[in-house]
Structures are given as C-alpha cells and as structure tokens.
Design a protein around this ligand. Structure first.
Ligand code: NAP
Ligand code: MG
Length: 525
C-alpha cells in the first residue's frame, strides 16, 4: 500500500514531455469552450433539481462578457431537501464497509486523472488560474482522493483494540461518522479544496451537502459528476449551488446538520463557528485566512530568495491563503534584494490571459477584488511608497477582465491595515529589520498563523526560525514558493491562531479523525 503524488507537470517534464503537456492543455481549452452554453442543475438525492429562483450566468474573470455556464440560484428550500436526503441516506452509507467506500474514491481518482487537462482548462476560465496552477489544483484533488483512501486502509477503518483494565474486559475503540456534514468551499482552490473536504467527510462514512463558492461552481459540478461515475450512491453527496446568504445560512442553521467543514474568509468562518456552537456544540472545521511572512536574512542566497518570494506573493495573483503578503528583509541586504525582486517580477510575472502558456498571472477573481485593489493601492500610495505596480492593467483586451499589476509597497507603519489584514490580492508589503529576533517578533505580530518562510543558509538561523515561528506550515529555502505550494502527504496544511479552528492539517495524518467521533465498546466476558 503506497501513496504517490500526481505531480503532472513535474512528471511530464522529467519524461521530457513538456510539449505534450502544452498540447493537451491547449486542446482541452478548445474543447471546454464548446461547453460554455451548458445549463447545470443542482443535484439532490441523485436527481437533477432546478431552482425555483432560476439560474445565473457564471462569467470568467478573464473577460466579464463571456459566460462559461449557467448555474442554479439554489434556495433555502433546496438546501433543506438536500439535508433531508443526506440524512435519509446516512444509515446505509455509514454501515457500508470502509473498504467498499474506499474503492469508490480510488476509482474517482482514476477518472479525475483521465480528465485532468479538461478540468484544468475549465478551471482557468472558472477562476483565472494559469495552466501550471490549474493542473496543480487538479493534481491536489486527485492526491486527496488517493491519500484519504490510503489513510482509511492504513488505519483499518479506525477500529483499535484497547488495553484490558480488568482481565475479563474486552475493550475496543471505534471511530464513527457523525451524520450529515455541510461542506462550504472557496473560489481559490475550487477543485482541490472542494474535493479534499468532501472526501474527508464522505470516506469516513458521513453524507454531505456541498455548497461551492458562487464565483466558481463549475469545478464542484465536475467533481459531483466524477463521484457518480465512480459509483457513489444517491444522496451521499448532494450539491446545491447558491449564495452564502441563502443556501449557506440554511446549512449552518439547520438542526439536522451534524458538522460543518469550511474553507474561506475569516469573517464567514467566525460566523459559522458561532452558529455551530450556539446551542449544541457541533464539530466545525474552519480553515481561514493568513497574513503570511517570509523572512530574508543576510545569510540568504539572494537568487533563491527572490524567486521564492515572488512566486509566493504573486502566484495566482496573491489569492492563496498561503501567499506571502509580508516580506521581512534584513536591512543590510535590502537594497540588493529588492532590486533583484523587482527585476525578477518585471521579467517573469507576466500578466495576461491565463490560457496562454507564457502567462504567470491571470486576473483577480471578481469586481469586488478588482475594486479592492484600487482602494488598497491608493492607501499604499498615501501612507507608504509603491515600489512596483499599483495599477490596473487596462490595455487592449485586458480591460474586459479583472487584471491588475503585481504590487510591492514599502515604508508603511507596522500597524497599517495593509500589514494587518488579509487582502487576498497581489500586494506585498516590505518590512525592514535589523536582526532575526526582530524579524520573528514582527512575523508573529499578527492574529493569523497559517504559513511562513525563511531564506537563510545558516543552520542556527533556521533553527531559531522553526523554534519561534507561530504558524502551521513553515518552510526554509523553498524556491518553488517561499510560503506556498503545500503537497498532500508532504506538508499537512492547516493554520494556527486565527487561521484555523482545529490545528490539524489537510493532507496530513490527523485530518480524517476530525470527521468521526469515538465510541469505546466494552464486552465483559
Ligand atoms: P468566502 O467569501 O468566505 O467564501 C467561502 C464560502 O463561504 C463560499 O462558498 C461562500 O459562498 C460561503 N459563504 C459566504 N457567506 C456565508 C454564510 N453567511 N454562511 C455560509 N456560507 C457562506 O471566501 P472566498 O472569497 O471564497 O475565499 C477566500 C478566503 O478563503 C481567503 O480568506 C483565504 O485565506 C481563505 N482560504 C483559506 C484556506 C486555508 O486552508 N486556510 C485555503 C483557501 C482559502 P458565496 O460564494 O456564495 O458567497
Ligand atoms: Mg468571496
């Protein structure tokens, strides 16, 4: 029994098949364009359901006049029916032997792998990820399906013989599912996070109602279709596309919901947690935002650090919960480092249509993010110095989408809003420090604690960093992403402090246990 990461681009590069990678993705782009007129239903108890409130146009952030599909404006009534179906189906699914459940998820992984280029191409339109980020998102979804299957088998369904407190007592610990879980997912990893959370809940024997982000419903629909093709029974997974204020509110208020797993913003997460603990305290797994620092010391290899910081700050336009939004750099190397960082960003962080292979940064997700960018750039100009970017990209066809420049701002006061709050935009603030002690103080001076990175070639500095940093996912010298790019089974992904409610990482050893409760069974002989 082994687990292996999918790593499509890495494997194809190793096998000298990069050209094939591009060909397959380009063909998939043309293929998915032909699907843009599709009207997608919701799915309740295995059946297509159309909302009494009608449907809405899903647009691409690449060009707001292009509709990429029509989805249901699900209602509270739809959510109620979905919950009732999931409740009805729970008994049978929870008693299905775990080996049988695992087979369905392993099959789904195979199907997803076969469809990966189409899924990646559609994702580019759905949320603006470039081809490399989109395929990585699909790969991560496949990894979650395979890894959680692997964990179920490795842990033998989480049934363990316990000790014998008295010689005539035969004691067993059994982890059992809770019931119906609401799964509420964000726009930024529309397949990976949606698949990971849903699989965690279902493979352990719960049934679910999934509500994806309204900006990016298509990946959740594709995931649903794959699960059905893999043999998932009716009503184990119900999919209700609809807004947070209608479908979302029903899911977090309905008494028949046994637990919620949520990834998204801190404000929504706090509200969900409060709701889930307001009467009966129910399990609530919330993975929230970050204000992630990367420290660059005088002992860093500058070229490594430059690439690692730029990739982390501007990968997917800073719209990763793990993105670097605070660069903490030593005074004595600052000038040289910033010069190199600006040069690298100007050369490599090319903004444009993310379906094109040379594009590093696509658009931000929606009009609100596009407007926020202007707001924070103005604030940065007023209270600090913008040393790179700061503008929307409005040349030619880019003005039809939500394109902005990668932006670096220096000289803000330490308590400034841009340094304190998560913006979820390609805006990074620079903070100058004298030494490592000061760097760690500032790195930890945030309510968040998701990811963090350091660039140094010095072992003592590295140890000091790991010993003092308050964050769930930490890296030293990671050029592919100084604070980003966690891999399933490599870097369990979960936050500390305001970044999470449980402190157990997705894609790690303790994730699945959160979806089950323990029963001790004693037989007296
Ligand atoms: P968001 O605005 O909080 O939305 C997340 C989900 O919550 C969406 O499906 C949204 O639906 C739903 N929602 C909104 N209001 C709700 C309500 N009152 N009740 C129930 N559900 C409600 O987050 P986002 O903009 O999609 O994603 C960005 C955020 O996610 C960032 O803060 C980022 O840091 C965080 N994130 C964290 C992690 C992590 O692992 N820690 C990973 C990825 C992202 P609508 O779309 O219909 O509003
Ligand atoms: Mg949002």
């Amino acid at each position: 029994m082994v687990f292996k990461n999918e790593r499509t681009f890495f494997e194809m590069t190793k096998a000298k098949k990069v050209e094939l990678f591009h060909k397959k993705y380009d063909e998939a782009v043309e293929k998915v364009k032909k699907t843009f007129s599709t009207h997608y239903p919701n799915y309740i108890d295995g059946k297509e359901v159309f909302s009494s409130d009608g449907e809405y146009e899903v647009i691409t952030p690449i060009n707001k006049s292009i509709v990429i599909g029509y989805c249901q404006k699900g209602t509270a009534e739809d959510a109620k029916r979905a919950i009732a179906s999931a409740k009805e189906r729970f008994y049978k699914w929870s008693r299905t032997p775990y080996q049988q459940r695992v087979k369905i998820f392993q099959k789904a992984a195979k199907i997803m792998s076969q469809k990966k280029f189409e899924l990646a191409a559609l994702m580019t339109f759905d949320n603006g990820k470039n081809r490399y980020e989109a395929i990585a998102d699909v790969d991560e979804a496949i990894d979650f399906l395979n890894f959680y299957s692997y964990l179920m088998l490795k842990n033998k369904g989480f049934v363990n013989k316990m000790g014998k407190p008295f010689p005539n007592e035969d004691c067993t610990s059994v982890l059992k599912p809770y019931g119906v879980w609401a799964v509420i997912s964000p726009f930024n990893f529309p397949l990976a996070i949606t698949t990971g959370m849903s699989t965690g809940a279902m493979i352990t024997g719960n049934t679910i109602v999934l509500k994806p982000a309204s900006d990016t419903p298509l990946m959740a629909i594709k995931f649903y279709e794959i699960m059905r093709e893999a043999g998932l029974p009716d009503g184990v997974m119900n999919l209700v596309v609809g807004s947070g204020s209608t479908v979302g509110e029903e899911l977090i208020s309905n008494p028949d919901i046994a637990g919620v797993v949520f990834t998204g913003s801190r404000s929504v997460g706090k509200r969900i947690f409060a709701k889930m603990t307001s009467d009966i305290v129910k399990p609530c797994i919330t993975e929230l935002g970050g204000k992630n620092p990367i420290i660059v010391t005088s002992k860093a290899k500058l070229n490594k650090a430059i690439e690692g910081v730029a990739r982390s700050a501007f990968g997917f336009g800073g719209q990763k919960c793990s993105a670097c939004s605070r660069l903490i750099v030593f005074e004595d190397i600052k000038e040289k480092f910033i010069e190199g960082l600006i040069q690298w960003t100007k050369e490599k962080v090319i903004v444009g249509d993310p379906t094109k292979k040379e594009i590093f940064m696509g658009p931000v997700i929606n009009q609100k993010a596009y407007d926020d960018f202007v707001h924070y750039s103005d604030l940065a100009k007023k209270d600090g110095n913008i040393i790179l970017g700061g503008n929307r990209c409005e040349e030619n066809e880019l003005r039809n989408g939500f394109f902005v420049e990668p932006t670096i701002v220096d000289n803000l006061p330490l308590n400034h809003e841009i340094i304190k709050t998560e913006l979820f935009l390609p805006i990074m603030a620079v903070i100058t420090v004298k030494n490592l002690e000061e760097a760690l103080k500032i790195a930890n001076d945030t309510e968040y604690g998701l990811t963090a990175g350091i660039f140094t070639e010095n072992a003592k500095e590295r140890e000091y960093f790991f010993d003092h940093i308050e964050a769930g996912v930490t890296y030293c010298n990671r050029t592919v992403g100084g604070s980003t790019g966690a891999m399933v089974n490599g870097q369990p992904f979960g936050g500390w402090k305001a970044s999470s409610s449980t402190g157990k990482g997705a894609g790690g050893l303790y994730y699945l246990q959160q979806f089950m409760r323990e029963q001790s069974q004693t037989i007296v002989k």
